[in-house]
Design a binder for this molecule. Structure first.
Ligand code: FES
Length: 103
């Protein structure tokens, strides 16, 4: 059953940047876009299980560091192959300067 988890402070992530967030045995990314929006998706690329936290964020997209697939973090969709499977996205909520994710 999904629950809201306190993942990090809003200030822990620079504008247009990403951090890795591990919870239990799972790994996620939290992305801050260019407009103060925060998004959470699975942390591994759907192509070859590479950590996306090492990737490049531009506006609300992240580029995989291995083969450069680009994902739209607002919905998890692939914008650029070789990945063809979307990332699972999770709801986020900001409260008291903290980022909560529902996972
Ligand atoms: S591992 Fe991410 S695009 Fe290949």
């Amino acid at each position: 059953m999904a629950e809201w988890i306190d993942a990090c402070a809003t200030d822990d992530i620079e504008e247009e940047d990403v951090i890795r967030f591990d919870h239990g045995s799972r790994t996620f990314i939290i992305v801050r876009d260019h407009e103060e929006n925060y998004y959470c998706t699975d942390g591994l690329c759907t192509h070859e299980d590479v950590h996306l936290a090492d990737g490049l964020v531009v506006e609300a997209t992240i580029e995989c560091p291995k083969h450069s697939s680009i994902f739209d973090v607002t919905n998890g969709d692939v914008e650029t192959p070789p990945a063809c499977e979307s990332l699972q996205r999770y709801p986020t909520r900001i409260e008291g300067g903290r980022v909560f994710v529902e996972i």
